[in-house]
Design a protein around this ligand. Structure first.
Ligand SMILES: CC(C)(COP(=O)(O)OP(=O)(O)OC[C@H]1O[C@@H](n2cnc3c(N)ncnc32)[C@H](O)[C@@H]1OP(=O)(O)O)[C@@H](O)C(=O)NCCC(=O)NCCS
Length: 198
């Protein structure tokens, strides 16, 4: 199987959302947060309109779109210092039938390369702790960064793209796009999901 990664184009929008919706439709996901799988593809849709970082990639397996990732702009606020800019990865997903074939890994590597080319000093995001550390991501807590509520968790991950970039982040809080606030957008999300099939 040949994996290729390319920048998303407008003609991909609907398919990318379907890929993310399907990738996140695994057992347990629907219950989590009360919204579950419909939520992630709504985020993709919204990030194109606001807070996007200009990085959205389609992974093709032998020419067939099979995986997708989008990044957004985020900041770390430390005391009264200037905000430290980072990019946030996600949603990222691979169609279930294409999982465990190296597509997720290829997408993460491509994101890191694009983010570095765009000048970002680090990526920071909430990801799967059982999977992402295999790709070189480490816990944000190791750099002394917490989420916006001051919480830390094994799912809160990061990677420096410029050596030492996160040393200025110690004691800081991470502020990601408002679209990640699941509860805030519940009605909008459910309305959006009605456009998609079962
Ligand atoms: C997570 C996800 C993107 C991984 O994509 P993928 O194409 O299946 O992953 P890859 O085949 O590139 O796997 C890369 C490595 O992670 C491992 N891996 C993949 N999925 C894993 C899982 N769920 N648990 C533990 N390890 C996993 C692979 O074995 C591989 O390890 P190796 O390099 O040591 O052999 C995909 O499973 C998915 O879409 N999941 C549902 C959506 C989701 O949870 N997204 C958030 C991801 S942070």
């Amino acid at each position: 199987m040949r994996i290729t990664i390319r920048q998303e184009e407008e003609r991909d929008y609907r398919r990318s959302e379907e890929i993310i919706r399907e990738a996140f439709s695994y057992p347990g996901r629907i219950e989590r947060g009360g919204i579950g799988c419909p939520y992630e593809h709504w985020m993709v849709h919204e990030l194109r309109k606001r807070d996007g970082a200009g990085i959205s990639l389609v992974a093709e397996a032998d020419g067939v779109p099979a995986g997708y990732v989008i990044c957004s702009r985020a900041q770390i606020l430390v005391g009264d210092m200037d905000a430290l800019s980072v990019t946030d990865i996600g949603p990222i997903g691979v169609l279930p039938v294409y999982q465990r074939k190296g597509i997720g890994k290829a997408l993460f590597h491509a994101v890191l390369q694009r983010a570095a080319e765009a000048g970002y000093g680090a990526v920071m995001f909430f990801g799967r702790p059982e999977y992402c550390p295999r790709l070189g991501f480490v816990q944000a807590a190791g750099y002394g960064v917490s989420d916006r509520f001051g919480e830390i968790s094994p799912a809160f991950l990061c990677k420096e793209l410029k050596e030492g970039y996160l040393s200025a982040a110690r004691g800081g809080r991470f502020f990601d796009s408002d679209i990640y606030d699941e509860k805030k957008h519940r009605d909008e999300v459910l309305e959006f999901d009605r456009q998609f099939g079962k």
